[in-house]
Ligand binder design. Structure first.
Ligand code: KIV
Ligand code: ZN
Length: 513
């Protein structure tokens, strides 16, 4: 296959994915995910929106410095300050890209931008020209393209390509497109824009109607050669097109689609797990490719067929996407060097000896309780250790819970609040409820609990439980994480982590507002 048949995979988990309520990630978490994406051979990593906050700027900069095999990109509105900030964050990138955008639909131009179409064209050209003065790889997006007029899109695209944009992205920002119509738009743009051959056409589809992957693949059929997507389909509202589904559809149906990607598909499941563990967003069991049931054959007829000839019911193997790497990696007698090296293979590096030592002593505690330690345990353990280390205001000192048939569950908690030690007792409908009430009686956050979920990290009753607690206060949503073989303790840790995140009160700009 020649280059015309290569689809560029542009991952925006760290930018659009992070716009999902409660999915905010720290710089170190983003770095871990970026290293995993690089290992998976993602072509372009959208590392963030540099002007959104000082934290976002630092994350884009750190990723641009650490990643050398993938191109690192920062989003920027079509504004001078945004573009300059993106350029600054990418200054040390081995391969960098500025991605600038402006809305082009009548409804966005009239109500959101309050600009005339000619002014929008002028601002877009100015933005691309400014970005090209900072970097040689510039992408331009027509926000809300699927509700924009074709003639206007042709006009603006021709001008921004003349100004130096080398990728033209056609987003279905509100998830409104349907496959046939979207494919028609892409082929019309490629045919009608006179200088279309000087740019790669890209698509960026949201999943509001559950059509993000279908629309992206239809666009590829019509000539798009970059797809923007996210791990686990994370993203604003209903999410973005899911990377694993796009990549595996392209690979499995090469006969029909006639294109390929450069992705190392065996890194897909580890990437999915990492993103789920960092964000606290569990993957639904029946999710294609990365769900726990995606390769499980329950019915006797299916099992029989697969045993006789795998392809009777399987169109790809679990190994192709990185399942079954699930093996016992470390045990009670493993040393620090083995621990560090396995985590490095999983994409985690420690920023200091103290951090390594903390994680290693947690590992030893876990190995005492759990006979076999799997990769999944290590990933959960590191997320948990980092969540506790970031707990500035509230820290769990001890927790005891009594739960007995016929008795009301009761929790006694001791917590460090700043420099003070505080204790509380509470009863509840169950042991977790009692523990949360005891914590809340100390913290008095007034936050409301939106999601409480527990996931077993591995098989067996000695598995660590990984808990997500989502709290909401004054419109801000945060996800707290905790992992422990005792799920009540994991739950308390997750609640306290969420309280600390609320306390940190990070404010950042949203690109589309
Ligand atoms: O959905 C969208 O339109 C976006 C753009 C900023 C590319 O995320
Ligand atoms: Zn988007």
């Amino acid at each position: 296959m020649n280059n015309d048949n290569r689809v560029i995979i542009f991952d925006t988990t760290l930018r659009d994915g992070e716009q999902s309520p409660g999915a905010s990630m720290t710089r170190d978490e983003k770095l871990r995910i970026a290293k995993q994406l690089e290992k998976m051979r993602v072509d372009v990593i959208e590392a963030g929106f540099a002007i959104a906050s000082p934290g976002d700027f630092e994350s884009v900069k750190a990723i641009a410095e650490a990643v050398t095999e993938s191109r690192v990109c920062s989003l920027s509105r079509a504004l001078d300050a945004d573009i300059d900030r993106a350029g600054e964050a990418l200054i040390n990138a081995a391969m960098g890209r500025i991605h600038t955008f402006i809305a082009t639909s009548p409804i966005h131009m009239k109500y959101k931008l309050q600009m005339e179409p000619d002014q929008v064209v002028e601002q877009a050209v100015k933005a691309v020209t400014r970005a090209r003065n900072l970097i040689d790889d510039v992408e331009f997006s027509l926000e809300d393209a699927s509700r924009s007029e074709l003639d206007f899109m042709c006009r603006i695209i021709e001008k921004v390509i003349d100004a130096g944009a080398r990728t033209i992205n056609i987003p279905d920002t509100v998830g409104y497109a349907v496959p046939g119509e979207f494919a028609h738009t892409i082929s019309q743009l490629i045919q009608r824009v006179p200088n279309a051959d000087k740019a790669i056409f890209s698509v960026h589809c949201h999943n509001d109607l559950g059509l993000a992957v279908a629309n992206s693949l239809a666009a590829v059929g019509a000539g798009a050669r970059q797809v923007e997507c996210t791990i686990n389909g994370l993203g604003e509202r209903a999410g973005n097109a899911s990377l694993e589904e796009i990549v595996m559809a392209i690979r499995t149906r090469k006969d029909s689609l006639g294109v390929e990607t450069n992705i190392d598909t065996t890194q897909i499941v580890p990437a999915s797990r990492l993103v789920s563990s960092v964000t606290g967003f569990p993957v639904q069991p029946n999710k294609a490719i990365v769900g726990a049931n995606a390769f499980a054959h329950e019915s006797g007829i299916h099992q029989d067929g697969v045993l006789k000839h795998r392809e009777t019911y399987e169109i790809m193997t679990a190994q192709d996407v990185g399942w079954n790497t699930n093996r016992m990696v470390l045990g009670k007698l493993s040393g620090r060097a083995a621990f560090r090296s396995r985590l490095e293979e999983l994409g985690t590096t420690f920023s200091s000896d103290l951090e390594l030592n903390n994680a290693f002593s947690r590992f030893k505690e876990l190995a005492d309780k759990k006979h076999e330690i799997f990769d999944e345990d290590l990933v959960a353990l590191v997320s948990d250790t980092r969540a506790s280390a970031n707990s500035e205001q509230f820290k769990l000192s001890s927790l005891s819970v009594t739960s007995q048939t016929g008795e009301t569950p009761k929790a006694n908690i001791v917590m460090q609040v700043g420099d003070e030690e505080k204790s509380a007792e509470a009863t509840g409908g169950g042991p977790v409820d009692a523990a949360f009430k005891a914590i809340e009686s100390i913290a008095e956050s007034g936050a409301s609990l939106q999601i409480y979920s527990v996931n077993a990290v591995t098989e067996g009753t000695d598995s660590q439980g990984e808990v997500t607690v989502r709290l909401e206060k004054g419109g801000r949503i945060v996800n707290g994480l905790g992992a422990d073989t005792d799920i009540i303790i994991a739950s308390a840790k997750a609640y306290i982590h969420a309280l600390n995140m609320l306390d940190a009160n990070v404010q950042k700009a949203h690109p589309q507002v």
